[in-house]
Ligand binder design. Structure first.
Ligand code: AMP
Length: 299
């Protein structure tokens, strides 16, 4: 994934030789249709010239046919696809049907100024389809490495790399493709690579990102703090509810226990009250007894 000019195609070509699996570039497939003058090519021509996107159903049909071909059995590198949310969801469904999950989604991160410089310098060889940049990655000199060293590259500038179309393609990327990134980061598949620097540096970063399997399981939680919180939020409520019940139950128990205690206390108080009431009588008896003793002593 990445904006136009972020170097997806160039790096995908380098990964082809590294992994021995094909690069599936939807842009290249459409350009081939256009060159061959097919019905699809004619339809796509006007859309591509304006920097807009070909419809999702057509793109998904193209991908379904292409990944079913024998050279893609061991895997493939998608380049320029998916570019919209429906394409990403359609791809997930297709991969599920085929039983081949997506391993990684690599995002090529490049600043806008650099993007414009790259796109305006981009040239493609009409014979071997290799992509060059007249500023940063021109063909080797002497330029005889085209078609197994038999001729010079025949470079041309893509029509949609002309300035007016580039601006529109960048806008379309921001509007349609950037939102798809969160779909893959939520799935823990997205690896962002700084795509500025030499071609070799970027290739090394991509390879390191592809090897980086550990964060796959760690990333989803980190990438979804809001969701993680949302999941955790109801838990304390559930924990509080039984706690309240217990507290109420304890109170009830205490009250129940207190009632017989109070009942038990009542007779004791009554006794005390009775004793208090009885005291003057006891004192009277004591006084009488003392008087009788004194009289008998005198007598
Ligand atoms: P690219 O070479 O990948 O930059 O693609 C060139 C043009 O082909 C784009 O500007 C679109 O018009 C069209 N295209 C390529 N891939 C897609 C896709 N996945 N969905 C819709 N349109 C596409």
């Amino acid at each position: 994934m990445g904006a136009p000019g972020s170097g997806k195609g160039t790096q995908a070509q380098r990964l082809v030789s590294q992994f021995g699996i094909p690069q599936i570039s939807t842009g290249d497939i459409l350009r081939k249709h256009r060159k061959d003058g097919t019905e699809l090519g004619k339809r796509a021509d006007a859309i591509m010239a304006k920097g807009l996107l070909v419809d999702d159903a057509t793109m998904l049909d193209i991908i379904r046919d292409r990944v079913a071909q024998p050279d893609a059995r061991q895997g493939f590198i998608l380049d320029g696809f998916p570019r919209t949310q429906p394409q990403a969801e359609g791809l997930s469904t297709l991969m599920r049907e085929l039983g081949t999950p997506i391993d990684s989604v690599v995002l090529f991160d490049v600043g806008v100024e650099e993007l414009v410089r790259r796109i305006s310098g981009r040239r493609t060889c009409s014979l071997c389809n290799k992509v060059f940049n007249i500023y940063s990655a021109p063909p080797a000199s002497p330029a005889t490495d085209c078609v197994a060293g038999s001729s010079e590259h025949q470079l041309f500038q893509r029509k949609d790399d002309e300035e007016a179309t580039v601006t529109e393609r960048l806008r379309v990327y921001e509007q349609n493709t950037r939102p798809v990134l969160s779909y893959y980061s939520d799935a823990g598949l997205l690896r962002t690579v700084s795509a500025e620097g030499s071609l070799e540096q970027i290739t090394q970063r991509v390879l390191a990102a592809l090897k980086d399997e550990a964060p796959v399981s760690a990333k989803p939680a980190a990438a979804r703090p809001a969701r993680a919180k949302a999941v955790r939020k109801p838990a304390p409520k559930r924990r509080k509810a039984p706690a309240k019940k217990k507290a109420v139950a304890r109170k009830v128990v205490r009250r129940k226990a207190a009632k017989p205690a109070r009942k038990a206390a009542r007779p004791a108080a009554a006794k005390r009250r009775a004793t208090r009431k009885a005291r003057p009588a006891v004192r009277k008896v004591a006084r009488k007894t003392r008087r009788v003793r004194r009289k008998s002593k005198r007598g």
